[in-house]
Design a protein around this ligand. Structure first.
Ligand SMILES: [Zn+2]
Length: 562
């Protein structure tokens, strides 16, 4: 799970959405050999052993391009080989290498703007935070004009276009955070979609040929205070090597107060600008403010790799399509010590536990008397903690065309607190895979709930998001919350404590206190969901109007239909 904070406001709708219904009413049982395999191969020992290995001191926290990274990859590769999987990549390769570029920007202490009458300086850190959109050692923008573009969103499915054909080449776009939130039929109401996330904003500005973008930070629209922006975006940034896609040169955030002063220097009132943007009829507003800025970057590059194996499908036609089971294998390596002096970021839950689950699921599927109809790809991606980079690289260089990937079933983290009456499906409400999850959970006597922490944007914070971007629907299960034999609220409390004390810290290590019963059931849920998806006559589909439906249509057309 990546930490980069982009927390939306609580969307009560999804939290409350519990799918009841038709699937449970029918006999929910699955074929006996399939259920048997789930129980025989997904066991405590099958999960605990790989976690013990991958999170051990010897693996040194599996930081990209370290010895521990190479050992983890070799281990995963040889496990798949032993199960009878085939190498997933070109020329019989088990690994798909790629580079991670590091960027450390050096920005001016003071960024000057010339308004109609007054000059205004914004201070680094106090007023603005920025990073480089381009991978160059020195970058400059010369006398660019600022234009307020509202939300900066183009979404044909919501008949929304903030740009209205305005020529924005070379401009610096001042954009609001989040997406329209006042109507449940518009951008899913209060739930933040991809359109409301900062990554989208910079991409959207780049598509307009803009030189830069400044996102206006407000605490309500971000869901977190300015200090979080300061601490999350001050350091080194990581990316895949730049390709041909457009990028703005500067990707900035500015505090609400700073933007208020800034637009005032052009003679505008921020509240009025924001009010005018809450409409389909909004047009970009040139602010009468110009600016120049130069900054430098320190560049670095390291090489790591995704690991993958394929279990070919049994159906002569459907085997050209694939169900992906993904888990990231990287973590933070060796870094700053914690209070106990431990410097190794073991990443036992995050994500040795996900790798272990995918290994056990892969083993269970390979052991079926009859192979699944569609092919199965067990994919261990690299560089997730650096910004979903391995899955992004795979999505840009897939071994099955995007339109032939039925689904991504991603596992990031595992339940270490015990069995639950519920199962959490982070992607609930997005695709027909909901019915698969509900059906399988019913065989376990569990009900499926949506994201229990919708303010945290988990859907966009692990590798299923890279697949969604190329149109592939996903299942992503998180711990249930209703623990058997525990009082209400106990699970939430455990999870919040774990996040505070262990998440992304050296103390995320395998402990005797772990209860594997919930993780076993969640991994069985993922395995049986993968099997059902691999067997189904038709590919899964997005719910009509979903933010990623258009990408799926393009992918299916490119792959020659489903
Ligand atoms: Zn993580």
């Amino acid at each position: 799970m990546i930490a980069v904070a982009d927390i939306g406001r609580v969307g009560g709708l999804i939290a409350a959405l519990v799918l009841a219904g038709s699937a449970q009413a029918q006999n929910p049982s699955l074929p006996a050999p399939v259920e048997q395999a789930a129980h025989s191969y997904i066991t405590r020992a099958a999960l605990e052993a790989p976690i013990r290995f991958l999170s051990s001191d010897l693996l040194e926290g599996r930081g990209p391009a370290t010895r521990g990274d190479e050992l983890a990859r070799l281990y995963l590769q040889t496990r798949l080989e032993g199960m009878g999987y085939q190498p997933a990549f070109a020329n019989g390769a088990w690994q798909q290498p790629f580079d991670i570029v590091g960027l450390k920007g050096q920005f001016p202490k003071s960024w000057s703007f010339q308004g109609r009458s007054a000059r205004l300086d914004l201070s680094w850190h106090a007023d603005y935070i920025a990073f480089s959109g381009v991978q160059k050692e020195s970058v400059s923008i010369d006398d660019a004009e600022l234009v307020f573009v509202g939300y900066g969103i183009q979404a044909p499915e919501f008949r929304w276009d903030d740009f209205k054909g305005t020529n924005l080449t070379g401009k610096i776009l001042v954009m609001m955070n989040n997406d329209p939130d006042w109507d449940p039929n518009l951008f899913a109401g209060t739930r933040r979609l991809y359109y409301g996330r900062w990554v989208y904003k910079y991409e959207s500005a780049a598509r307009q040929g803009a030189a830069g973008a400044i996102i206006i930070h407000t605490t309500p629209s971000a869901g977190y205070p300015w200090q979080v922006v300061q601490s999350s975006w001050g350091g080194e940034q990581f990316a895949l090597p730049a390709g041909s896609e457009p990028h703005v040169r500067i990707e900035a955030w500015a505090s609400e107060d700073a933007v208020r002063r800034l637009v005032k220097s052009g003679g505008y009132d921020l509240d009025k600008l924001i009010a005018s943007a809450r409409s389909r009829d909004f047009h970009p507003v040139p602010l009468g403010i110009r600016t120049s800025i130069s900054f430098t970057n320190r560049l670095s590059s390291v090489r790591t790799a995704n690991v993958g194996g394929v279990l070919p499908g049994s159906d002569p036609k459907l085997r050209a399509q694939v169900v992906v089971l993904s888990a990231h294998h990287d973590h933070f390596g060796i870094g700053e010590p914690d209070a106990s002096g431990d410097r190794i970021y073991h990443g036992a839950v995050d994500n040795a536990s996900g790798c272990a689950q995918v290994l056990a699921i892969a083993q269970a599927l390979a052991s079926l008397p009859e192979r699944p109809r569609r092919s199965v790809l067990a994919l261990f991606v690299a560089g997730e903690e650096r910004g979903l980079l391995g899955s992004k690289y795979y999505a840009e260089h897939p071994t099955f065309a995007a339109g032939r990937i039925a689904a991504d079933i991603n596992v990031d983290g595992g339940n270490i607190f015990g069995r639950t009456r519920d199962a959490t499906s982070i992607a609930l409400g997005k695709s027909s895979l909901d019915e698969v999850a509900v059906r399988v959970a019913a065989t376990q006597g569990r009900e499926v709930k949506g994201d229990q922490f919708p303010d945290r944007g988990y859907y966009y914070r692990s590798d299923q998001f890279s697949f969604a971007r190329i149109g592939v629907p996903a299942l992503f299960f998180d711990d249930g919350t209703d623990y058997i034999g525990r009082p209400a609220g106990w699970g939430r409390q455990q999870k919040e404590q774990w996040e505070m004390k262990k998440y992304h810290q050296p103390s995320d290590r395998l402990e005797d206190s772990w209860n594997f019963d919930g993780m076993i059931e969640d991994a069985q849920l993922a395995m049986l969901s993968a099997w059902l998806t691999a067997q189904a006559d038709a590919m899964p589909t997005w719910k009509p109007g979903d933010e990623f439906e258009a990408a799926r249509k393009r992918a299916l057309a490119a792959a020659g239909g489903s």
